[in-house]
Design a protein around this ligand. Sequence first.
Ligand SMILES: [Zn+2]
Length: 315
Amino acid sequence: MTESSAVPHASSLPGFGTTGFARGEAAEQGSLSHRELELLTGAAKLLEGRRLAVLTGAGLSTDSGIPDYRGPNSVPRSPMTYQQFVGDDALRRRYWARNHVGWHHLRRADPNAGHRAIALMEQRALLTGLITQNVDRLHSVAGSTNVVDLHGTYDRVLCLNCRSHFTREEIAALLEALNPGYLDLAGDAGDVAPDADADVDDTAGFVVAPCPVCGGMLKPDFVYFGENVPKDRVERSYGLVNDAGALLVAGSSLAVMSGLRFVRQAKKDGKPVVIINRGTTRGDDLASLKLEVGVSEALTYLARALPSLGAGVAG
Ligand SMILES: [Zn+2]
């Protein structure tokens, strides 16, 4: 980008004033510094005229009150591995107790301006689709429809024996019945990680629910460390990247290969990669442009600044 890039006034941007953004969100635009606006103008120039694949991570949901445990100011946590979950009764009990409290917290979270900006980009035909590493479903709540939930979603439960699926709500009712008053006893959820892991210590007496169909072992239907992302989701994601003219990464440190591989693919195909994330990412060396800017503010800007693409524009 050039240092002399003119910064368009918000009211001159396409879509501004017709997008239904609340007054408070319009104010966010004003919170960008001159330098940040310059960076974003450069990003808009690079991405203009290209249909985008978007990849998002936990950094997108921090403005919805869900802390990112890989963010620049975070306290590291070690999520349970699949092997620990299936192999250790006490750990599984602890996991479900913390998940029970965390789920109640997570389902009260609302999408933020960043989620709404990506939904707006889809409405404006700017996207091939969205790949998210988040299990919180906030993109779908915000109105995004073409979403690959790469790591699954927090509101579904899978039986590892008969492979039946259940809503998390159904299982919550079972857990309630098996552990009356537990939620009240657990009190404040404390910090809840993006995978619905609440900071609760007293979990020894918690009773785990068996599968209502076969009595088998239930597991939240998202991808644990030590598990692979299901093949169909990976293929759908590659499809979105292949159909796109550029890849936009927002709020992910790309710490896990499940997301980083799409950056590598885009780079290999000679497509621009723009990363918006506060803090270092594993994709920084591959990025055409790295923006250390607030994710919600940056996406809100781009959703308005990028000119609409007509149907039939090739990636
Ligand atoms: Zn079952």
